[in-house]
Design a protein around this ligand. Structure first.
Ligand code: BES
Ligand code: MN
Length: 444
């Protein structure tokens, strides 16, 4: 590993590019500028494109006729670092321990997208050009649903014309095992608020005579699942495609024990999920309803005999083929509305969403990716789906008309979105090799 590569990684990680929190806006723009400078220095034409939200970085080499064109996508925004007290070192001051760099965004997605940039840098240095035409699009809003990137793609559709998209923003099933994801789950968000009395009330004076908003919210949230982990929203599973037999068979032969791994990674006493499905199927091919946050009432020290005036909860649904986000949100709203007692008011606000994605890993480009991964790791790639979402991937298909290769570098214990997120330098190197091998395969 070159010292300059590590220095680039550290500089990139020091920007607190938290997209969901407006107070970080200027930091995101600075991070975008840093990328533009880096990409210009390695010989690409690079520009920062403003959007109504955070800017998009767009760079390319000389587009020569008769060559394949690949669009490499990544994101420079990160999830909030909190809870801060659970980090062993500050989230935006990267440190190296035993070959792993610790910082928010180390894996998701700065390490992964940087490895492609460094791969391009090394090739530009060695050959003065790349074997194919390349567009690099690095956005600042992936973690909040990529709300402005679709427009950017539509507005620049002709200039961004390409044969295939390559993304490293997914997982490897284990260290050293090259992993191609041919599916992603989608996501749809819904925020709930229940309000009762016009102010917080003394629970002795009023308790018993009014409905408690927190009790109402608890009932509503509890009504989403039965005890078998199955979602009780009417029609929720109607459009779910069953797992294909070839996938079931392939997944059963993966060189991992998913139950043992998950117990270790999460520290839960026992796994839990929808009855009747394997662990991998539950994560990769079944939809879920998750409560991501809930609040209300007294949260301070000691007791307070109060009936809070409101309660809130943040929900997201993970979606699988062929579910439709808007339809699922509407079904969920209908279910909650029906289950809401008249003695309380319920407000529901849909949030960001992104569709699922499923592609053929044996397509022409899928096979090229499999060969490139074998080349980069000296071992056959495994083919999986992912539980996470990358909202823009389905729009690469809808707007640009191309498929996406998901060549992941995130390790199972990378702690994306959690405290002590980390990325091994070994995978920064692997990403550089993937970049070179894929561009070479696509040129052939
Ligand atoms: N890199 C992840 C997606 C991911 C995670 C893919 C795990 C495969 C395995 C991405 O940055 C992400 O976290 N996306 C969000 C999207 C959402 C906020 C719209 C997600 O999945 O929660
Ligand atoms: Mn993420």
């Amino acid at each position: 590993m070159r010292a300059s590569h590590l220095e680039d990684f550290y500089q990139f990680l020091r920007f607190p590019s938290v997209s969901t929190d407006d107070s970080y806006s200027a930091r995101l723009t600075e991070c975008g500028h840093w990328l533009v400078e880096k990409l210009t220095r390695i010989g690409l034409t690079a520009k920062l494109h403003p959007t109504p939200g955070h800017p998009v970085v767009w760079a390319h080499n000389e587009q020569k006729p008769g060559r394949r064109t690949v669009l490499i996508y990544g994101h420079y925004d990160v999830q909030p670092p909190d809870p801060l007290e659970l980090w062993d070192s500050p989230p935006f001051e990267p440190v190296l321990h035993d070959g792993y760099v610790f910082a928010r965004g180390a894996t998701d997605n700065k390490g992964q997208i940087l490895s492609h940039i460094l791969g391009i840098e090394e090739q530009m240095e060695a050959n003065g050009d790349l074997p194919v035409n390349v567009h690099l699009v690095v956005e600042g809003e992936e973690e909040i649903g990529s709300g402005n990137l679709g427009n950017f793609l539509a507005q620049n559709r002709d200039a961004l014309k390409c044969d295939v998209v390559m993304v490293s923003d997914t997982g490897m099933i284990a260290r050293g095992v090259p992993t191609i994801s041919y599916g992603l789950r989608g996501v749809a968000a819904l925020e709930l608020k229940v309000t009762g009395p016009k102010m917080d009330l003394h629970s002795g004076i009023y308790g018993g005579a009014v409905m408690n908003p927190l009790a109402a919210m608890s009932r509503l949230l509890a009504s989403l699942h039965d005890t078998n982990g199955r979602i009780t929203i009417a029609g929720f599973y109607d459009d779910v495609l069953p797992l294909q037999e070839w996938e079931r068979e392939m997944w059963s032969k993966l060189p991992v024990n998913p139950e043992a791994e998950l117990l270790k990674e999460t520290g839960v006493p026992e796994l839990f999920g929808e009855r009747g499905f394997s662990t991998l199927e539950r994560i990769w091919a079944r939809p879920t309803a998750e409560i991501n946050g809930m609040g209300g009432g007294y949260q301070g020290q000691g007791t307070k005999t109060v009936i809070g005036r409101e309660a809130m909860a943040k929900l997201t649904f993970r979606l699988v083929p062929n579910q439709d986000g808007e339809k699922i949100t509407a079904l969920a709203e209908e279910h909650l509305r029906k289950n809401c007692p008249p003695s309380i008011r319920l407000e529901m606000t849909p949030g960001h969403s992104g569709p699922w994605y499923l592609t053929d890993p044996y397509s022409q480009f899928g096979c090229a990716a499999q060969r490139a991964m074998r080349d980069a790791f000296a071992r056959d790639a495994v083919l999986i789906r992912e539980g996470g979402s990358i909202p823009i991937v389905s729009q690469f298909r809808d707007i640009l008309g191309v498929e996406t290769l998901l060549l992941g570098l995130a390790l199972p214990d990378c702690r994306a979105h959690s405290p002590n997120e980390n990325f091994p330098l070994e995978n920064l190197d692997a990403g550089i090799r993937i970049n070179k091998a894929v561009l070479k395969e696509l040129a052939a």
